[in-house]
Design a protein around this ligand. Structure first.
Ligand SMILES: [Zn+2]
Length: 270
């Protein structure tokens, strides 16, 4: 892979403050990053120091390409409608920060907020309403919105490309798919099933999350090559699907994220 296609994620350096995380990614050789905004780093709930971040970025060649929107601990105990509203508010606030940092893309987990009283398609309708509002906010700021295939460890969500397509098909604003390879494996898409997920995303692909997994129902965010994913076949499938964009390396950094990043880059860029 061309090194310019590989984007780092600050999630890999989750134990480090945002500036140290960005510095670590830059030192590891990345020119572009995805900034995490769930629970730490750019999450508006932790009141990130955006002004000093902008000053820091101005003095460097490192660029913020994308932002990962918040999705967890949204009004616990609240009604599903209130939680969806709060999620929408939090995402739009994060999009404003993303614009300040110069990001051109934002990734959202398709969180399904549910109430016992929900009937029929109410749960999906609620998600579509929120994503529509988030998508319009993103579009007005020149930011592309991508919905990611997720797993249910953090609660109900959309898991497959088919489910993402159903939701995206109901939007009147532009939005695409961020296909997370490790999450696809978690959800049972291995071997030919994984290749079919990539082909299914097709022309809607606008971002990826690259990490390995050692089994269905697990989400260890391993360095590519440390799990069961056939990476040459995976990248061939992205190519066959017409995807020529960036791949965001979303690996767990462990106790030495810098060393882990170097190991991953050596594998993917060789
Ligand atoms: Zn991901």
């Amino acid at each position: 892979m061309d090194h310019r296609l590989l984007v780092g994620s600050t999630w890999t350096c989750r134990e480090l403050d945002l500036l140290t995380a960005l510095g670590t990614l830059e030192r590891a050789g990345f020119a572009e990053v995805e900034v995490w905004a769930e629970g730490f780093h750019l999450d508006p709930r932790v009141k990130p120091a955006v002004d000093s971040l902008v000053t820091w970025l101005d003095a460097r060649s490192l660029a913020v390409r994308s932002v990962h929107l918040p999705f967890d601990a949204i009004l616990p105990g609240g009604s599903a409608d209130d939680r969806a509203q709060e999620w929408q508010r939090l995402c739009t606030e994060t999009l404003d920060l993303a614009q300040t940092l110069g990001a051109s893309l934002a990734v959202a987990h398709p969180v399904l907020f549910t109430d016992g009283a929900d009937q029929g398609d109410r749960v999906l309708d609620r998600l579509v309403d929120s994503v529509q509002a988030i998508g319009e906010h993103a579009q007005a700021r020149g930011i592309q919105l991508a919905l990611e295939n997720m797993h249910t460890l953090r609660g109900p969500t959309l898991q497959s490309v088919r489910e993402l397509r159903t939701a995206l098909g109901r939007l009147t604003c532009p939005a695409g798919i961020c296909l997370d390879i490790g999450h696809a494996v978690f959800n049972g898409y291995t071997g030919d099933g994984l290749i079919a997920e990539i082909a299914g995303a097709g022309e809607l692909l606008i971002n990826t999350h690259i990490h390995d997994s050692d089994g269905v129902g697990r989400d260890p965010h391993l360095v590519p090559g440390d799990g069961l994913v056939d990476w040459p076949a995976t990248f061939d499938a992205f190519h066959a699907a017409g995807y020529q964009g960036r791949h965001v390396l979303e690996i767990r950094g462990g106790s030495d994220p810098y060393a882990t990043l170097l190991r991953a880059r050596e594998r993917l860029l060789s």
